[in-house]
Design a protein around this ligand. Sequence first.
Ligand code: GUN
Length: 300
Amino acid sequence: MTARIIDGKAFAEGLRGRIAGHVQRLQREHGITPGLAVVIVGEDPGSQVYVRNKARQTVEAGMLSEKYELPAETSEAELLDLIGRLNNSDRVHGILVQLPLPKHIDPNRVILAIAPAKDVDCFTPESVGRLSIGLPGPVSCTPLGCLMLLRDTLGRLEGLNAVILGRSNLVGKPMAQLLLRENCTITVAHSRTKNLPEMVRGADIVVAAVGRPLLVKGDWIRPGATVIDVGINRVAAPEKGEGKTRLVGDVDFEAAAKVAGAITPVPGGVGPMTIACLLANTVTTASLINGLVPPKDLTP
Ligand code: GUN
């Protein structure tokens, strides 16, 4: 058996097109231009690439982008002050503070300062609570992207066994909430889980989000299962030459693709969906802030 490859890049492109359509409608019918503020503290090169991509795609979708690049020495008080101003800005409907932050800044204090109505990362207790009880609001970007790919691949997810590897606040926990809302049966596995291969073999859906390169082997996968690989790990690639690297997921793609029914590649699977879903959340928060119902195709 050879798995169908789930093309996240193509899906994300289509999603961005639909988002641009919703933005035009908000402007035309309500005079609203959704605005996203992205804040980065320090010079981490990886984070800077992400932030640049987020800003570019925001503008391409017809939205307003505000980018704040603060020096690494920025104090926590200065950052909290900026967030306060963004909370009060009428132009801004979404606030994203890029993580990780420098060591001298407490990420939890920063997250708690973000107005829940503008929390496009779905990091605040209010947003996490709304997601868990099914109220409208922003939804964690990567899990929302995974859910869209799963629905597109499988249609209805009701009754399926889903095993999620990883229990992070960013991916594992919100993914569990979303799949529970779809009436899946959920197992959240983590570093202390016993008999991990056996557990994964029981899964109709596997979502791997632990950040361990090639952890999931081909013989862990149930024939026909759908595999969503959230991992993005840079590993040495001596076959490409000395000092060269390549990106791999948390799943041994070559082996798993021989067994699975469908699988996301790395790169080109979940990755492109995350930023697209950030834009989707900005349209959602811009709608809710203005008392409008968010577009159904951008929410779970
Ligand atoms: N750093 C890595 N991923 C993310 C994300 O989804 N949101 C934020 N704010 N920071 C990140």
